[in-house]
Design a protein. Structure first.
Length: 455
């Protein structure tokens, strides 16, 4: 007959905190058999007398107590989706890099997202670099990837690790692990501003430092980007694409899906020109070598140069990565904006109750993970945006989950003129309505939320 366990009062907080230590001290088989009153769950449903365990005289009590005090146990259904701080919609204004002394201007949202180190999102840190004409600015980052997009100006970046790299307005410079400081120098004729994004918060979270270069230093010139945007804009069906832009990548992230655009790399061979011409290295046939296949800027970073034509809009899409969007250019007269929110409306084509983020040339705004967002241009000029995301990591993990809303024509038609209460609200100035090029209500919303700025 199993021994009975006497009923007891509900455990106190102190007793609960020490429960793991108390259970760990049930070290004799007799004690373990008695512990059936605590739990009938046994490894492999073995007879309790056969469960392997350490005996009491084999345990260092001080060490055991220290180890067990670090453990925590949670009920699954209440803890599987823990309450964490939301990623906020925030602005990093362009005015911060347009005047003042040479300096780094961090987009630090660490307090908003609850981390003990500088971060713009859980995985990324974004900053402006303002460098007055003829001056230098040093930067360091504990990162596998650093991207520098030149907002304005020209100059060069010099480091012991990667040498000197010249840059000018519209260029993208991407650096791998760089233990040495990078010195950025602006040309003597002009002030410069750079948009600097790294994956340092991810490494800080993991408590690691990079030990190897996972891609080579890379520059993608402004002329290359614009030439490719021009090419794809003339492709058949381009006007129906969810975004009109180009993804920026490096050799390290290419793969089979980019074969139509770039020839596959061959492995490095000491055989010289003969091997490069297709000869076999002794004992080893030359094979095609692929990158990671993510087609992203680096294994962690992702970037898109997207153009939004005048008097046009781009339908909503969403993804699990956080976007740190740089408005490369928006007409000074205004009328270029993004509408974002966590849900689509009943038509499935528009963001429901969206927050409106107006673009300003050289400013950055944050799009939270999983939020639907559409872009709108009511101005007479093309608008350009360059999002930086941690989507390299999400793509590699197969968790990006990017989804595209259908075009307006494929869904329920929306009345050109609102009626009833909606019309009354608009007349009273309580709601804003954006019209697309066809005069159709594109995105109704509440009164625009007053967004916070950082810095």
């Amino acid at each position: 007959m199993e021994p009975t366990v006497a009923a007891s009062e509900p455990p106190t907080k102190k007793q609960k905190a020490n429960s793991s230590v108390a259970i760990s001290r049930l070290r004799s088989r007799e004690q373990l058999r008695v512990s059936k009153g605590i739990s009938k769950l046994r490894p492999g449903n073995m007879p309790i007398s056969e469960v392997p365990c350490q005996l009491a005289d084999e345990v260092n009590e001080a060490k055991e107590s220290s180890l067990c005090q670090e453990g925590r146990i949670y009920e699954y259904t209440s803890a599987a989706n823990p309450a964490m701080k939301n990623i906020p919609v925030m602005f990093h204004p362009a005015e911060q890099h347009q005047s003042g002394p040479t300096r780094v201007i961090p987009f630090d949202l660490s307090k908003n997202i609850g981390v003990p180190y500088p971060a713009s999102s859980p995985n990324l840190m974004a900053s402006f670099l303002r460098i007055c004409k003829g001056e230098q600015l040093g930067t360091t980052a504990r990162a596998t990837s650093q991207a520098f997009y030149v907002i304005t100006g020209k100059g060069c970046s010099q480091s012991e690790s990667h040498g000197s790299i010249p840059w000018a307005m519209g260029d993208m410079v991407v650096l791998p692990r760089c233990p040495s400081e990078v010195q950025h120098t602006s040309d003597a004729s002009v002030d410069s501003a750079l948009y600097w994004v790294t994956d340092e918060p991810l490494l800080r979270y993991l408590g690691v430092s990079p030990t190897e270069e996972i891609f080579k230093p890379t520059v993608i010139r402004r002329e290359q980007m614009l030439r490719e945007v021009e090419r794809i804009s003339h492709e058949e069906g381009s006007e129906h694409r969810n975004r009109m832009g180009i993804l920026l990548g490096t050799r390290a992230t290419e793969g089979p899906s980019c074969a139509p655009y770039f020839p596959m790399r061959k492995p490095f061979s000491p055989g010289g020109a003969a091997a490069e011409a297709g000869a076999e290295v002794e004992g080893k046939a030359e094979e095609e070598v692929e990158g990671s296949g993510t087609l992203t800027l680096t294994p962690t970073l992702w970037s898109l140069l997207n153009v939004l034509p005048a008097h046009d809009h781009q339908q909503p899409h969403r993804h699990n990565s956080v976007a740190l969007d740089l408005a490369v250019y928006a007409a000074p007269s205004g009328g270029v904006y993004t509408l974002m929110g966590p849900e689509l409306d009943e038509t499935g084509t528009r963001v429901k109750d969206p927050i409106r983020c107006d673009w300003a040339t050289g400013a950055v705004f944050l799009t939270p993970p999983g939020w639907w967002h559409s872009h709108h241009n009511e101005s007479d000029e093309k608008a350009w945006v360059l999002p930086m995301q941690d989507a390299g990591l999400f793509t590699y993990q197969r968790t990006l989950d990017i989804r595209f809303a259908p075009a307006m024509a494929e869904a329920t038609p929306v009345a050109v003129q609102p009626k009833g209460a909606a019309a009354d609200e608009i007349a009273a100035g309580k709601a804003t309505v954006a019209l697309n090029a066809d005069g159709v209500v594109a995105e109704p919303s509440e009164v625009p939320v007053e967004l916070e700025t950082c810095g």
